[in-house]
Design a binder for this molecule. Structure first.
Ligand SMILES: [Zn+2]
Length: 129
């Protein structure tokens, strides 16, 4: 299991500190109204997700990079692997970015918060009241 690593927290959206529960109100990123709804605190370790006001604005820089990674992947698959035309490859990129939008947004936030917060093994074990 990857539990305890930043990879785990980034891909599951778990609390970066204890990884006992999801940061998000709704786990499914495709419930579009709730994509960016984050709980105030972790109910397990009481970690405050919004470290400072507008903390998550910084994740926009990350989403730029994540978006490019998805775009490159879409391009490689359609243009290089499926031998599509450039136009089709371009459409594939746009469709991928739109379809994966919610995932990209959440991944970026997860990466962003994990750049500042590290997993704390002691918090995962004991129940903080
Ligand atoms: Zn926690």
């Amino acid at each position: 299991m990857l539990k305890g690593t930043k990879i785990y927290s980034i891909f599951t959206g778990a609390c970066p500190k204890c990884q006992q529960e999801s940061m998000y109100e709704t786990k499914n990123p495709y419930v579009l109204g709730d994509v960016l709804k984050i709980n105030e605190h972790c109910s397990h370790c009481k970690f405050k997700y919004r470290i400072e006001p507008s903390f998550f604005y910084g994740s926009m820089y990350v989403s730029y990079g994540v978006g490019i990674a998805f775009a490159v992947a879409a391009f490689v698959i359609s243009y290089l692997m499926l031998n599509s035309s450039l136009m089709t490859a371009f459409i594939a990129i746009v469709v991928t970015l739109i379809a994966c939008g919610p995932i990209i947004m959440r991944l970026s936030r997860n990466i962003w918060i994990n750049m500042f917060v590290s997993y704390d093994k002691s918090l995962a074990k004991k129940q903080v009241s």
